[in-house]
Ligand binder design. Structure first.
Ligand code: HEM
Ligand code: SF4
Length: 512
């Protein structure tokens, strides 16, 4: 077993409970927990360590857990999706699922007593939730159209799976990486449009030619937090698209695990270590663990397109086939929707669905001659392939419905405001609005054209729900983080503020 080699000078409270008992060890206790019931489970096991298995106690809905999976490269089989729909369905009105901004799925309303059976069922369809929460590596992202995009450079699917397998020991759990100083994000981009938001990952692999050979330039240290947001910076390394990706990811993780700060959790993400050491020392330490010379980076990478949202019907690399991007409003699924999309993927596609970081779904391999019948399926009235402009690009975190950190309700409000503005205004260009319920920024307001971050505001002597407004985020080739431009807008004034903003800054015009 490998664990952190350098004990922290003054460990924070998270480090204390991790040192007492590794989060992964609750894996062997899950049958016991299911038998005794959640109320009898030790508080730290319940509220913290279960997150190592993707099981999140939700203080807002005690006894109804959130269950976070891993969907490498956003890929889910139709069989897997149906199994997840069955789980959600069993919880009636409490059951739903969210597509997250890491191409992942989170199920709602799940009961602890059902977890042993759920794990058995998911194992049978090859889905794991291992190490998906707390100080672990999050879902590993890749282009949602990997392997079917005619313009792609590297098909990342197999590599993403291999990195996940190495980190989680093929979903069985890997003590080498269950005690990181903090959470960790990895992305592999194989296309030209930065579909994964490379800049906000702790490690991002982006396609680049070096001396005529195609491989990846490596970026490190990107992250968001309430206190600081940093874009990933070049490691000055290029590697071929093979096992080296796995070895290098594990080397960087090991350096972070053994040297990252465990004192102040506000200063524990990888970038803080890079700041402390400087990029040259960091690179040298990584190279030592990597075990061979790291080649210098290629002079430029191949990210030179605007970001696509993949919605609608698009020709595939494979002649005669199309992929269809389907919009799931603010990423919220019910069981019926999951069953239906699984069925569509099976009847029209090859039994596979892809999730996107915009919280939508792609169904690949629809034969061109079947596209028309596909588009006439009733579920596409609810999950459209061509939603109205603002709704189309809307992204939202969970908000107060399920999250205890939230200062405002997000998803419903986001949709309502976007729908109303779409009715009133004509938009030329795409306007991407991202909502996040609190400064933790899970909804990534900093990458949006208009970012809205929940806050509390005083209005007429009362405390009401409001937002801070972020602007200037860009995605794609020259991705840049937006900043806060206005604070404390009460939510009831927001429709008016956004309408004016859309007209003044984004060229929207009132519909006649
Ligand atoms: C201390 C800081 C943070 C805390 C306490 C926090 C907390 C949470 C919680 C409680 C959830 C689950 C809510 C639910 O759906 O019930 C969540 C989900 C999520 N958060 Fe955060 N968060 C933090 C920072 C961030 C940051 C900086 C990002 C990246 C921009 C982020 C990205 C996400 C994503 C993508 C999800 C959905 C699950 C996934 O796909 O992994 N979070 N976060
Ligand atoms: S941004 Fe805040 S409210 Fe939204 S999911 Fe993250 S922690 Fe919860």
């Amino acid at each position: 077993m490998v664990t952190a080699s350098k004990p922290p000078a003054k460990p924070n409270k998270f480090e204390k409970y991790k040192a007492e008992k590794d989060g992964l060890s609750v894996k062997d206790e899950i049958e016991h927990f299911a038998r005794i019931g959640w109320e009898a489970v030790d508080k730290t096991d319940l509220e913290q360590r279960l997150k190592w298995l993707g099981i999140f106690y939700r203080p807002v809905t005690p006894g109804k857990f959130m269950f976070r999976l891993r969907t490498p490269n956003g890929i889910v089989s139709s069989q897997g999706m149906r199994m997840l729909a069955e789980i959600v369905q069993r919880y009636g009105d409490d059951g739903s699922a969210d597509i997250t901004t890491r191409q992942n799925l989170q199920l709602r309303g799940v009961r602890l007593e059902d977890m042993p059976e759920i794990f058995r069922k998911l194992e049978a369809v090859g889905i794991t939730s291992m190490q998906s929460g707390m100080d672990n590596v999050r879902n590993i992202t890749g282009s949602p159209i990997a392997g079917i995009d005619g313009d792609e450079l590297i098909d990342t699917r197999e590599l993403v799976q291999k990195v996940q397998d190495a980190i989680t020991n093929k979903g069985q759990g890997n003590y080498a990486f269950t005690n990181l100083p903090r959470k960790f994000n990895i992305a592999l981009e194989g296309g030209r449009d930065n579909s994964v938001h490379a800049e906000i990952n702790d490690i991002a692999f982006v396609p680049a030619y070096r001396e005529g050979k195609l491989g990846f330039n490596v970026l490190v240290g990107g992250f968001f937090s309430a206190k600081r947001c940093a874009s990933a910076i070049p490691l000055n390394a290029w590697i071929p698209p093979n096992e080296d990706v796995v070895t290098l990811s594990c080397a960087i993780l090991s350096v972070f695990r053994d040297n990252g700060s465990r004192a102040n959790r506000q200063k524990s993400r990888l970038m803080w270590l890079i700041d402390e050491w400087g990029i040259d020392k960091f690179r040298a330490e990584v190279e030592t663990v990597f075990g061979k010379e790291l080649l210098s980076a290629a002079p430029k990478d191949e990210i030179d397109w605007d970001k696509r949202d993949c919605l609608g019907v698009h020709s595939q690399k494979q002649t005669g086939y199309s992929y269809v991007g389907i919009h799931v409003p603010v990423g919220r699924f019910d069981a019926e929707g999951m069953f239906e999309l699984a069925r569509l993927a099976e009847v029209y596609g090859q039994g596979e669905l892809r999730l996107t970081v915009e919280q939508n779904v792609v169904i690949p391999y629809v034969a061109n001659e079947n596209v028309e019948t596909f588009l006439a399926e009733p579920i596409l009235q609810k999950y459209s392939i061509s939603p109205t402009p603002l709704v189309r690009s809307l992204v939202s975190c969970t908000g107060s419905q399920f999250c205890k950190f939230a200062l405002v309700e997000t998803k419903q409000r986001a949709l309502e405001i976007a729908r109303n503005l779409d009715e009133k205004l004509e938009f030329g260009d795409r306007v991407r609005i991202h909502w996040t319920g609190c400064p933790n920024s899970c909804g990534q307001p900093q990458v949006a054209d208009i970012g809205l971050m929940g806050t509390k505001v005083r209005k007429e002597g009362k405390t009401v729900e409001g937002v801070d407004l972020y602007m200037g985020g860009t995605v794609g080739k020259d991705a840049k983080l937006g900043t806060c431009v206005r604070k404390g807008i009460p939510c009831d004034e927001l429709p008016q503020v956004l309408e004016e903003l859309a007209i003044e800054k984004f060229g929207a015009t009132p519909k006649s």
